[in-house]
Design a protein around this ligand. Structure first.
Ligand code: GRF
Length: 207
């Protein structure tokens, strides 16, 4: 099975998934491969990392398109060119329309830096601090047409501490992202966690 990772920037989550795939030998154990990385920005740092570890990559720059539809068609074609069985959004900063979501129905994962359904959208750490929550965290979910609204695969929590700034809190959450995402990707890609309609089904190891 082929995993295709979509990024827009730094790519630290992509790196954590890739490193887990090597460390845990996903290829031999589960027949899982990261077959390609796609970025909508040519200057994404994660592309340099992909090159450094020999993963093929492609840029599909949304700015070169007149419509979201045309962009998504090329993006989806690029995913198919990499033989995508599972699409992993890792800091991919474009909202996907039902066209794309339906074309890869039940086969797209996203990581969102908040405990969904709280704090959908941007600036989650700032908003968590403003709201005064004492627990914050990260969510991995299947992508549906509703922004940050698809069925939840897994979550991890962190405490909110006195003197936290959005940056300090983001760094604490990011440590958990790098633990949660590789595990969630492996469980979904290997079929131990799957989507059944709107419900996430998991086997014992996964739950
Ligand atoms: C992460 O915090 C992720 O949860 C959010 O965007 C950030 C991407 O970071 N969706 P990176 O590019 O994976 O380092």
């Amino acid at each position: 099975k082929n995993i295709v990772v979509l990024i827009s920037g730094r790519g630290s989550n992509f790196k954590s998934v890739y490193e887990a795939s090597v460390r845990e030998n996903w290829a031999e154990k589960y027949g899982l491969y990261i077959s390609g990385v796609i970025s909508n920005r040519a200057d994404a740092k994660g592309l340099e990392y992909a090159a450094s570890v020999g993963i093929p990559s492609k840029v599909v720059d949304h700015k070169g398109y007149e419509s979201r539809g045309a962009f998504e068609k090329d993006l989806a074609d690029a995913c198919d060119e990499f033989g995508a069985d599972l699409i992993v959004l890792a800091g991919f900063m474009r909202v996907l329309t039902p066209y794309f979501v339906d074309r890869f129905s039940g086969r797209i994962l996203n990581i969102h830096p908040a405990l969904l359904p709280l704090f959908t959208g941007l600036h989650t750490h700032e908003r968590a601090l403003q709201a005064g929550v004492r627990v914050h965290g990260v969510t991995v979910h299947f992508v549906s047409a509703e922004l940050d609204g698809g069925p939840i695969v897994g979550q991890a929590t962190v405490p909110v501490l006195a003197n936290d700034t959005p940056e300090i809190l983001a760094a604490r959450v990011l440590v958990q992202e790098h633990v949660l995402y590789p595990r969630a990707v492996r469980l979904v890609a290997s079929g131990r966690v799957k989507l059944d309609g709107n419900k996430v089904l998991m086997d014992e190891e996964a739950s």
